[in-house]
Design a protein. Structure first.
Length: 747
């Protein structure tokens, strides 16, 4: 099968695929929302519009298989949104599979592997969707039901003993005949068709009509726009005609905006933007490319008074609330709110930035912060000198403004490298469904917290661990449909992926409602592998037994497959997370399911922290302020030894009290045996510790520069900060200090 040759250039194809794949990500969720709440028109209309746009752009770029496949799905969803077909669970699943295949076809476009026609899998799915739609399709359309009602009404009237019964029956029959031959025919406001079909209304349908908008005639303005389409039909199109068309569309859009017709204005602006792109491209303007603009325009022109099939606003009834003007007129309050919301939240636009340029810009911002700290230090020393009071005050004001500006700049730049978790999660629903299909299982994937933003590099690093976990869920956790039904469960398993963001961590949760982890099975496997003796395994708590899943080479799979069961996976997940300072925990109940929780520290391109500056043995150190629980003084009489470790009691709780100099391997300052020591109580997830220091200086924001590349292995040192005057301060890692304290030899 030869590859399809597209009419668009490489850049057009890349942009189209990126936008199309992005739009497909939310469709399964939106389809599920509609099935649970059939009155939610917004969700099904959003799905329909996304696939309709993909079809239109694919036709514009000459991607015939994608156009044909998406068109078949579009037809079914059009019937669903018009309530002609019931969205059953099976139909929903088939459409979701269609979204997956559509994404595969889009990716094949970039790789030059898209065929000239639909493959067997796509053809089979199209047939399946049609079969499922047919089984859920109403026996009679609303039009047919109305026609039958009129005929039945005429027959009943004919049997009534009334002097005017004959006249009534004749009028009812006449109405039925009129409806059958006129108003009852479909397609007057339908979507465009497949190859060989034409769109419901053509430019010719608007010729020789008197059209009005809000009572004002707009015939000449519409005719001026139509001239471009007629020129294309005659083969007489020129760039000059194209530029005139853009000018006429712009003028009519301005008039429409002044008239308060926002949907018409939006359609005209979309048509203007799309046609301008086509006109500026090397593509020829023909009937197909011109139809891109026409598809935007004609549904709104059909709403004008005097247009084919138009109705007075007070009598209009629409099947498509997404594009019908009658909906806005019947619900002015709702429409106004929606319009106001649209103005407040404009559509997000994406900007591509070279990573090297972004890194350079971030380095410049870091330098700006360092300069800010130098100013602050100079201000402090001038104030201590007691001279030049006026100059000191002026510098203070300038520095205050400089700090505010640089802080805003730093926050804005950091946000440039933030990406939504939706990009990380997007591939997992499709991957889980694909794995389930291989294993003859059924899985529904539920995503939440997809709008949470994290550093792009962190998102990329989380891809591999999450992939391992999704594969394990599909292979180990979720039972076969027969097993689930036997256990009184739905034959379809569920997988939940959640994301939330705290001040310092990104928390990801992977949860399933599968078979759970059996502690007894884990103990038995540990004995078989020689990890523990039977006696040791028996002493393990259920939670400890469950955590054996993270042991290197540990697997409970009975059969080695290409999905899992090779003894790698969860140990790799934990190793990858720990490389980024993260941890993973697991909770599981047999027959109920398993929940994994991943806690990963947030990373920023420019790390600015609130710090507490302390002095020890003549050197200045910075403790992260988020880990500081209390600043106090410790009297030697309040210290006592427990198992060889010095312990201080603070507010009724005991904490190990260790000199910072001892933890860092420095020579401690001489202190008299009865001298009161300054102390800082630090606490984090790994524990707590009372640090004894020479002096507690002050709170200060600092920019942390990593030194791991220069001095690898210095776990207790998180980085270095510049203080001004050529001075440096080491930034300490509180969790690693606590771990180091636990490893100190007992005295």
């Amino acid at each position: 099968m030869s590859a399809t040759t597209t009419d668009g250039g490489p850049e057009l194809n890349v942009d189209f695929v990126d936008e199309a794949v992005d739009s497909l990500r939310e469709l399964p969720n939106q389809l599920g929302v509609f099935r649970e709440n059939p009155d939610d028109d917004d969700s099904i209309n959003a799905v329909f519009r996304a696939v309709h746009s993909i079809k239109g752009c694919a036709g514009f770029l000459g991607l015939t298989p994608i156009k044909v496949f998406s068109h078949s799905m579009e037809n079914t969803m059009d019937e669903v949104r018009k309530r002609k077909v019931t969205l059953t669970e099976d139909l929903e699943r088939a459409l979701v599979n269609g979204f997956d295949l559509l994404e595969e076809m889009l990716q094949a476009t970039l790789e030059g592997q898209l065929g000239d026609e639909l493959g067997p899998e796509e053809t089979e799915l199209v047939a399946q969707i049609e079969r499922l739609a047919s089984s859920g399709r109403s026996d009679h359309s609303p039009e047919q039901q109305l026609l039958e009602g009129l005929l039945k009404f005429s027959d009943e009237i004919a049997r009534v003993d009334h002097p005017h019964a004959g006249d009534w029956s004749e009028q009812a029959r006449s109405l039925a005949d009129q409806y059958h031959h006129g108003a009852g025919t479909e397609g007057s406001n339908g979507e465009d068709g497949d190859e060989g079909e034409t769109i419901a209304l053509t430019p010719a349908d608007f010729q020789e009509l008197t059209l009005t908008l809000n009572g004002e005639e707009v015939t000449s303005q519409v005719a001026a726009m139509l001239e471009m389409f007629f020129a294309v039909e005659r083969g007489e199109f020129t760039d000059e005609i194209g530029r005139k068309f853009l000018a006429h569309v712009d003028g009519f859009a301005q008039f429409s905006e002044q008239a308060g017709k926002e949907e018409l204005t939006a359609a005209l602006r979309h048509a203007e933007g799309d046609f301008r792109t086509i006109l500026d491209s090397p593509l020829d303007i023909d009937a197909m490319t011109a139809s891109i603009a026409w598809d935007h325009i004609w549904p709104q022109l059909a709403q004008l008074d005097g247009a084919p099939g138009s109705q007075p606003p007070e009598e209009a009834t629409t099947e498509d609330d997404a594009v019908g003007a009658a909906t806005d007129e019947k619900s002015p309050t709702k429409s106004a709110g929606a319009q106001e919301g649209a103005k407040q939240e404009p559509k997000a636009r994406m900007v591509r930035i070279k990573e090297q340029r972004l890194d350079q810009f971030l380095d410049n911002v870091a330098s700006l912060f360092i300069t800010c700290e130098l100013f602050k230090d100079l201000h402090t020393r001038l104030a201590e000198s007691g001279q030049l009071a006026d100059l000191v005050e002026e510098m203070r004001q300038i520095n205050h403004s400089f700090v505010a500006q640089s802080t805003k700049l730093q926050q804005a730049v950091v946000s440039l490298q933030q990406v939504e978790v939706s990009g990380l999660f997007s591939k997992f629903p499709r991957m889980a469904r694909s794995l389930a299909k291989q294993l003859d299982k059924k899985i529904d994937v539920h995503l939440s917290g997809t709008s949470v933003e994290v550093d792009k590099t962190l998102a990329e690093d989380l891809d591999a661990p999450l992939t391992h976990m999704i594969r394990n869920v599909a292979d180990h956790a979720i039972q076969s449909p027969a097993e689930r039904v036997e256990q009184g469960l739905s034959e379809t398993g569920n997988l939940w992926l959640r994301a939330e963001k705290t001040r310092s961590h990104i928390v990801l949760t992977v949860q399933d409602d599968g078979r759970g982890i059996n502690p007894e099975v884990m103990r038995k496997k540990a004995v078989e592998k020689g990890i523990y003796t039977q006696a040791q395994a028996n002493e393990l708590t259920d939670q400890d037994a469950i955590h054996l899943i993270f042991h290197p080479g540990f697997s409970t799979a009975k059969v080695v497959s290409d999905i899992s069961g090779r003894g790698v996976g969860m140990d790799v997940v934990r190793t990858n997370l720990r490389e980024h300072g993260g941890e993973i925990s697991v909770e599981s109940t047999v027959g109920k399911g398993t929940t994994f929780r991943l806690d990963i520290p947030l990373r920023e391109a420019v790390l600015v922290i609130d710090g507490l500056m302390v002095r020890q043995s003549g050197e200045i150190f910075v403790l992260p302020f988020e880990h500081v629980r209390e600043i106090t003084e410790i009297d030697p009489a309040d210290l006592h030894s427990v198992h060889g470790t010095s312990v201080a009691t603070i507010r009724g709780e005991s904490h190990a009290a260790i000199s910072l100099a001892k933890l860092l391997g420095m020579t401690d300052t001489d202190h008299s045996s009865d001298a009161v020591r300054s102390a800082v109580l630090v606490g984090c997830k790994t524990g707590s510790l009372c640090l004894l220091v020479d002096d507690v200086l002050r709170h200060r924001q600092v920019v942390v520069n990593s030194i791991q590349d220069l001095l690898p292995g210095t776990e207790t040192i998180a980085g270095v900060a510049q203080l001004g005057g050529g001075r440096l301060a080491l930034v300490l890692s509180s969790p690693d200090l606590v771990k180091s304290a636990e490893k100190l030899p007992v005295e």
